[in-house]
Design a protein around this ligand. Structure first.
Ligand SMILES: NC(=O)c1ccc[n+]([C@@H]2O[C@H](COP(=O)([O-])OP(=O)(O)OC[C@H]3O[C@@H](n4cnc5c(N)ncnc54)[C@H](OP(=O)(O)O)[C@@H]3O)[C@@H](O)[C@H]2O)c1
Length: 330
């Protein structure tokens, strides 16, 4: 049996481009004792993957020729291990491919009774819903009385952050690029305010929407947007550095915040995190998000691109515009 996979073909100068990726076919190895054959149903499209491609890197540089890393959910087609049987839904770090053979231990069996498998990449995804939950709660100490600002708010992690903060009773303002994203934030997610950073002055709009200052800032973007929010912090504000996608195209030339002295002036904290480091918080995050999801209270949009050959296009859309959680169905 053959697997279709996406490999890293050439290192881009700035943003990833079509020539960064190549789709190849590979014969799968014969199944051995202790192994399973999995059909990949959905692959998660994540901004962190792009931090491994360019000049400089955040999570280690990917070697040319490597399969693009990606979390996925899939279905067991054949099993040579007692822990998994044909038809089981599983989650794991599959890589961007249509099928794979691996040791049973690399797959986590999913209970899909109430929550569909692909939600384990979205609202319950390690790099999406769990990241938002850990950043807001474990790092940011989210309170119902907070005014929370989220950047990259219409993307996957940002949408989840908006939802979690809203469902906890906080007042939420989202920052995103474009009128369609502002409409999604206000109408679909129902947050209190939205700022279009592509056509509005972010600092002025925050001043107008949050005159008493921002209590908690969940930052996915960095750069000028981080500075604009630092200029509008409430006393004892918490600034959570989840990511800085504005800097990912040139990680060898990162520009830090020029307004960081506001952290001192406002007696604020600025703290970063990686979601995998806070594994001790994941069970509580999963329990709370699952309850919201089962009750139909989570409204994060999902976009699924069909065909493994769409993986490169989906990666490029992280920079050119998409709404909510993006996945590829190989
Ligand atoms: N700390 C952790 O453990 C952890 C884990 C997972 C993800 N993250 C971080 O979370 C962030 C979001 O990741 P994601 O996978 O959920 O991606 P995403 O938000 O679904 O997609 C990226 C978004 O970034 C925005 N963007 C791209 N370039 C930008 C720029 N120059 N200025 C402003 N916005 C820009 C785009 O929205 P617009 O169209 O609105 O510009 C796009 O929707 C990333 O920074 C990622 O590194 C951190």
């Amino acid at each position: 049996m053959k697997s279709c996979k996406v490999i890293f073909a050439s290192r881009p100068e700035n943003l990833p481009e079509a020539s960064t990726f190549a789709v190849v076919e590979e014969e799968l190895p014969t199944l051995q004792a202790g192994q399973v054959l999995v059909r990949v149903d959905y692959l998660s499209i994540d901004a962190w993957t792009s931090t491994m491609l360019g000049a400089g890197s955040l999570h280690g540089a990917l070697p040319i020729g490597a399969t693009l890393p990606a979390f996925g959910v899939g279905t067991v087609l054949q099993s040579q291990d007692g822990s998994l049987t044909q038809g089981d839904a599983v989650f794991g770090m599959f890589g961007s491919q249509s099928h794979l053979v691996g040791p049973a231990g690399m797959f986590r069996k999913l209970d899909t009774t109430d929550i569909p498998a692909r939600s384990h990449l979205g609202v319950l995804g390690l790099t999406t819903g769990l990241t938002a939950w850990v950043g807001l709660n474990t790092i940011g100490g989210l309170k119902a009385s907070d005014t929370v600002v989220v950047s990259g708010a219409a993307g996957a992690t940002g949408s989840c952050a908006c939802e979690i903060a809203r469902l906890r009773g906080a007042r939420v303002i989202g920052i995103a690029g474009g009128a369609d994203k502002v409409a999604y934030l206000l109408n679909d997610l129902g947050i209190a305010g939205a700022i279009d950073y592509k056509s509005e002055d972010v600092g002025e709009r925050i001043k107008a929407l949050v005159p008493d200052g921002v209590n908690l800032f969940f930052d996915n973007v960095g750069g000028a947007i981080l500075d604009a929010v630092l200029d509008n912090l409430a006393m004892e504000a918490r600034v959570v550095i989840c990511g800085a996608i504005s800097q990912y195209p040139r990680l060898d030339q990162v520009t830090g915040p020029s307004r960081y002295l506001k952290v001192a002036e406002r007696n604020a904290t600025m703290r970063g995190f990686t979601v995998d480091y806070w594994g001790s918080a994941h069970a509580e995050a999963i329990a709370e998000i699952s309850a919201w999801q089962k009750a139909g209270q989570f409204r994060v949009r999902e976009e699924v691109l069909k065909g493994i050959e769409k993986f490169p296009e989906a990666m490029l859309k992280l920079y050119s515009g998409h709404i909510g959680k993006m996945m590829v169905a190989p």
